[in-house]
Design a protein around this ligand. Structure first.
Ligand code: H4B
Ligand code: PHE
Ligand code: FE2
Length: 294
């Protein structure tokens, strides 16, 4: 989850003062309670039933190769033994949302900040900020894929750059509609690669099976101009044909694009445009029902 405006109960917005300048803390794996491990088990088993046939091949393979299982919240030391070997990434524990520049600095150095806390039993379905289940179950399997590993590091570098240019909101949309909520068209069907979907039981079904959302081919300037939802399912999902497409994004110089989109109007999350390559034009019924109809 990368919702910079979402309120946080454990990190930055909770007024937390960091012990270390990079906001990292020790995971303290030994201190997790039986209840916390049980919450992980519930979430893990629910997603493990839903994701076969819905998660992309790279996600399934990454999960298979990692010490991530139902019985306990993974120990980051064990995850990093595998992850470092495979793509040079490591997971570092943080209390919750951290300041943008801290976040980008970590990503630029192949360190993925993961919430150390896990949601409470009454928050199983919806959570205000990224917890260890979203970050480890949702993001880490994809960090085992070399293309994604390079892409997210480049995103970190790009984030530090975008911040200096004052266009962080535009770049955040690219991350949001790929790393968090991206879909990929495989030969055997549409699949999830976005962590925000992969860690959510309800959005896993909604993103692929529901008639309500739009599904549109990914287009960089189009995505840069499209606002996103931080409080509910996405109204539009963007589709790529292969994860390697993301790598080419990393090699495009965004500066001219930032300059171009700065003076162009933004798009609402549910808008479909004449130039869109539309895979599914959604009914919008889910969000209309929440808006109390149009
Ligand atoms: C746009 C911004 O970089 C983004 O919202 C960041 C902010 N801080 C974060 N902090 C943590 N721990 N995890 C995140 O995903 C993010 N997202
Ligand atoms: N290529 C982008 C950085 C970036 C990398 C990866 C993903 C998205 C953006 C830039 O020039 O700033
Ligand atoms: Fe996330």
């Amino acid at each position: 989850m990368n919702a910079e405006t979402m309120s946080s109960k454990h990190g930055l917005a909770a007024g937390l003062v960091p012990t270390r300048a990079d906001w990292t803390i020790d995971q303290g794996w030994e201190h997790y309670s039986a209840q916390e491990h049980a919450t992980w088990k519930t979430l893990f088993e629910r997603q493990s039933r839903l994701l076969p046939g819905r998660a992309c091949d790279e996600f399934v393979q990454g999960m298979r190769d990692l010490p991530i299982a139902a019985d306990a919240i993974p120990d980051f030391r064990r995850l990093n033994d595998v992850l470092m070997q495979r793509t040079g990434w490591q997971v570092v524990a943080v209390p919750g949302l951290v300041p943008d520049e801290v976040f980008f600095e970590h990503l630029a150095n192949r360190r993925f900040p993961s919430g150390h806390f896990i949601r409470k039993p009454h928050e199983l379905d919806y959570l205000e900020e990224p917890d260890v289940f979203h970050d480890v179950f949702g993001h880490v399997p994809m960090l085992m894929n070399p293309a994604i590993a390079d892409y997210i590091q480049a995103y970190g570098q790009g984030g530090l750059r975008a911040q200096k240019l004052g266009v962080l909101d535009k770049l955040a949309r690219v991350y949001w509609y790929t790393v968090e909520f991206g879909l990929v068209q495989q030969k055997d069907g549409l699949r999830i690669y976005g962590a925000g979907i992969a860690s959510s039981a309800s959005e896993t079904v909604f993103a692929l099976d529901d008639a309500s959302p739009n599904r549109v081919r990914f287009d960089l300037p189009r995505v840069m101009r499209t606002r996103y939802r931080i409080d509910d399912f996405q109204e539009t999902y963007f589709v790529i044909n292969h994860l390697d497409e993301l790598l080419s994004l990393a090699n495009i110089d965004f500066a001219p694009l930032y300059a171009q989109v700065q003076h162009q109007p933004e798009y609402a999350p549910g808008q479909v445009l004449p130039d869109d390559v539309v895979l599914t034009r959604g009914t919008g019924m889910y969000h209309d029902a929440r808006r109390g109809g149009k």
